[in-house]
Design a protein around this ligand. Structure first.
Ligand code: HEC
Length: 103
């Protein structure tokens, strides 16, 4: 019985830490790559020339990053920034999608 409870506890902790990790990677990369310096903390931009990303659809964000990477969408800042997000598009998009667009 003790072993059974132990197994359950380990399982719950493992599941919990995996889900925390999935969100924090996107959050960490959003900060580390400097996205936050333009798009604002938690994806809420303070500058009207820069779009807010909080609460946007995951697939849509990934698509925009791919358009900037391929040059299909042109913006001098984003054509430079998007390639740096390579490999992290989904985790960053997932992090942004669950941020509250309201302050
Ligand atoms: C130097 C400022 C700057 C930085 C740094 C920056 N962006 Fe942007 N981003 C912009 C601007 C300006 C636009 C609007 C481009 C346009 O009008 O087409 C934009 C657009 C976007 C869009 C499309 C939003 C929309 O409403 O169309 C996404 C998604 C995005 N950025 C994600 C990111 C991510 C992820 C990072 C970090 C890897 C990042 N940006 C870093 C300035 C920046």
């Amino acid at each position: 019985m003790t072993k059974f409870i132990h197994t359950i506890i380990v399982f719950v902790l493992a599941t919990f830490s995996i889900s925390i990790h999935a969100n924090s990677e996107g959050e960490a990369m959003y900060g580390a790559l400097g996205c936050a310096s333009c798009h604002g903390e938690n994806g809420r931009s303070n500058d009207e020339a820069i779009p807010s990303l909080a609460g946007k659809d995951v697939e849509w964000i990934i698509q925009q990053l791919e358009y900037f990477q391929s040059g299909q969408r042109q913006n001098s800042y984003m054509n430079a920034m998007a390639p740096m997000a390579e490999g992290f598009e989904r985790s960053i998009a997932e992090y942004l999608s669950i941020q509250d667009p309201q302050r």
